[in-house]
Design a binder for this molecule. Structure first.
Ligand SMILES: Nc1ncnc2c1ncn2[C@@H]1O[C@H](COP(=O)(O)OP(=O)(O)O)[C@@H](O)[C@H]1O
Ligand SMILES: [Mg+2]
Length: 642
């Protein structure tokens, strides 16, 4: 970049004025893009190694999307607000695109706060927002905090540290329906106030892994017309997230307030450029074509393939176009990469995959019982192989891509996976872990995943505990999900009548605000549809009707039952009704259309939104049934899956 800082630079002085907090008095602009900034002392700081458009030299394609995001940053500097949602499959380049936008924003002294949802593990409700709030609050001193026109008491629900700083010892009561509006409004006010001090870019990564309340809060925030200088950017994997009807619905409403950047595969030229850059050589057209076709332009896949070829020394084979075959799918390439590292590294990473996309060194150490030094040694090797990376939080690591975590996790045998979940759960119960407030959700998650091979009582109790907590934060959807989970395992846990009653009461309380029509004080109508397994009975609520079914064997039964609303029917009397269908729930192509589930006539009485919600419920149900079957004979289930 050094050679570029010459005559073509245009220096814009005082391009914006944001009060005392700004240290930048000018920007160095090259070809219309910021490449450096000029501080008060007249010092020039180069923003990054950049090519044209101020982009990193190893960044390919995506010019329109970059321009769109940059205009969002420019708008924030002028006091306007915007929302961007970047969607696309895993590895398509959502995070990389956001990174480019963040670099641009930082160069212009826009304050950037970024948060990532936890993929693959239950996280605390509002987790992405908790991270954002913590960061914003940490920047304010107590008097600044007090001077904000914000109801801080509400925010204490999510950030207890704030309560300590401001001397509140009690949370406001949690049951009033309207409270969620207060909570959302307080958070929105705080973020708005921060953006008024300095233009602010809030990045929420991996929203497909967010809880529903977080998405509703997002919708609330970006729907405000009082925002000034606030840019919100979210990323969302619509392949994974597409199964969640609620999420899609909330986001599609939110996106009306903003811009949708739907990322598809890179084009041929961009793939070629990426290949060239990663391999450090000019690939042949046959080779590029082979990689382009196999990857469908997914940059993660392209880079992994090049890495594999490099490792095998096949990059330079003169005849590679003849014998070369790209392994099937990104997972195939990842498996090869994992196979290439030491067995000890691969084994450790398998265990780590149970902890989620991100994991804690201390927890991993306790779970594996490997001493810290050898453990660090293994992790160093894993980092060198770029399978994991250190995160900005001390002692915390993350798989360098979710696909690596997924591949490792899916390749674990089911019985081993459950045992590991159990070990993790037991470890999290130990005193060292007790102080962390996110633990109750992780505990609920691991005990539940371990339930078949573990302790259903623990799974039930932790689900109740996490549900109660979600309730205290007005995260009604989460609470519903967790109470339902508690019910799901209650049979296996041999729950007493009192406990069942307590769970049902909790569930009813969590559901009641959701029947409200306001999206903030409420959730979605779909949430009030219920498929609940209580001991030997399924309760199916739909369209205001309730059906109770004893021992469900398959969704076809439910389809039949939908035609008999309000009646209690024993499963045996249904057999005659369901003809010509495979009764097993494991219907191939389950994601396709309702017809393949044998829904028959029931399909046509549902409108599109209800269908999606219903389909979703069927997915849940399938999972529940599989689990329920397992509970009848846990050992057999473990054996069968192992
Ligand atoms: N436009 C791009 N140019 C160069 N490399 C890219 C580009 N987009 C993505 N990559 C690389 O591909 C990999 C996957 O991208 P990432 O942004 O993590 O995907 P996602 O967030 O959609 O899962 C990363 O190594 C990233 O650096
Ligand atoms: Mg990503």
């Amino acid at each position: 970049m050094g050679q570029d800082i010459g005559t073509p630079l245009h220096v814009a002085l005082e391009p914006h004025d944001h009060g005392e907090t700004s240290t930048m008095v000018g920007a160095a602009i090259h070809n219309g893009r910021v490449v450096g900034r000029i501080g008060r002392a007249g010092d020039l700081e180069v923003v990054s190694e950049t090519s044209e458009q101020g982009l990193p030299s190893d960044f390919v394609g995506r010019r329109e999307e970059v321009a769109s995001l940059q205009s969002g940053v420019d708008a924030a500097l002028e006091g306007r607000s915007s929302f961007f949602l970047i969607t696309g499959e895993a590895g398509i380049g959502k995070s990389r695109l956001v990174e480019v936008a963040m670099t641009y924003a930082k160069a212009l002294d826009v304050r950037v706060v970024s948060a990532r949802c936890w993929e693959a593990v239950d996280s605390p409700s509002y987790w992405p927002w908790i991270q954002v709030l913590r960061e914003l609050i940490a920047e304010l001193d107590d008097s600044q905090l007090r001077s904000l026109d914000v109801d801080s008491k509400e925010i204490v629900r999510l950030v207890p540290q704030l309560g300590k700083r401001l001397g509140f010892d009690q949370l406001p009561s949690a049951d009033a329906v309207g409270d969620r509006f207060l909570l959302f409004d307080s958070i929105a006010s705080l973020i708005r106030a921060a953006a008024a001090r300095l233009p602010l870019m809030v990045v929420l990564e991996d929203l497909h892994a967010a809880d529903e309340s977080s998405l509703l809060l997002l919708q609330f925030l970006v729907g405000q017309d009082r925002n000034r200088g606030l840019m919100v950017v979210g990323t969302y994997d619509d392949v994974v997230g597409g199964e969640k009807a609620h999420h899609e619905q909330t986001l599609s409403e939110t996106i009306r307030q903003g811009h949708h950047l739907a990322l598809r595969g890179l084009d041929y030229d961009a793939v070629k450029q990426l290949y060239e850059g990663s391999a450090g050589m000019d690939p042949s057209d046959e080779m590029t074509r082979a990689v382009y076709d196999a990857s469908e332009g997914n940059p993660f896949f392209v880079k992994e393939t090049v890495r594999m070829l490099t490792r095998k020394g096949e990059l330079f084979r003169p005849d590679y176009s003849i014998g070369f075959r790209v392994p099937e799918g990104a997972r195939g390439v990842i498996r090869q990469r994992i196979a290439a590292v030491d067995e000890g590294v691969a084994e450790l990473l398998s265990v780590a995959s149970v902890l989620g996309r991100e994991f804690d060194l201390t927890l991993l150490q306790k779970v594996t019982e490997i001493d810290v030094d050898p453990l660090l040694e293994i992790l160093t090797q894993a980092c060198a192989a770029d399978l994991v990376r250190e995160t900005s939080a001390l002692g915390r690591y993350a798989f360098s891509h979710i696909l690596i975590r997924e591949t490792l996790y899916e390749d674990l045998k089911a019985a081993k996976r459950m045992r590991l979940h159990r070990t993790v759960a037991e470890t999290l119960e130990e005193p060292f872990a007790a102080s962390q407030d996110s633990n109750r959700f992780e505990l609920a998650h691991h005990w539940f995943k371990a339930a078949q091979a573990g302790d259903p009582v623990m799974a039930m109790n932790h689900a109740i505990d996490a549900a109660d907590h979600a309730m205290s934060q007005h995260a009604y959807e989460e609470a519903v999900r967790l109470y339902q989970r508690a019910l799901k395992v209650s049979g296996a846990a041999g729950a007493s009548v009192e406990i069942l009653e307590r769970i049902r009461r909790g569930l009813a309380m969590a559901q009641s605000p959701l029947n409200h029509s306001d999206p903030v004080t409420a959730g979605h109508p779909a949430s009030s549809g219920t498929f609940i397994c209580e001991g030997d009975f399924w309760t199916i609520g739909y369209s205001g009707l309730e059906i109770r079914l004893k021992d469900s064997k398959g969704v076809q039964y439910i389809a039949e039952l939908l035609k008999l609303p309000g009646q209690e029917v024993h499963v045996l009397s249904l057999v005659g009704l369901v003809e010509g269908h495979d009764l097993h729930v494991d219907v191939p192509g389950a994601q396709e259309d309702l017809g393949s589930w044998g829904l028959g006539d029931a399909g046509v009485v549902l409108d599109a939104a209800a269908k999606t919600a219903y389909k979703n419920r069927l997915e849940d149900l399938r999972e529940e049934l599989e689990e329920a079957q397992g509970f009848n004979d846990p050992e057999r289930a473990a054996r069968a899956q192992g």
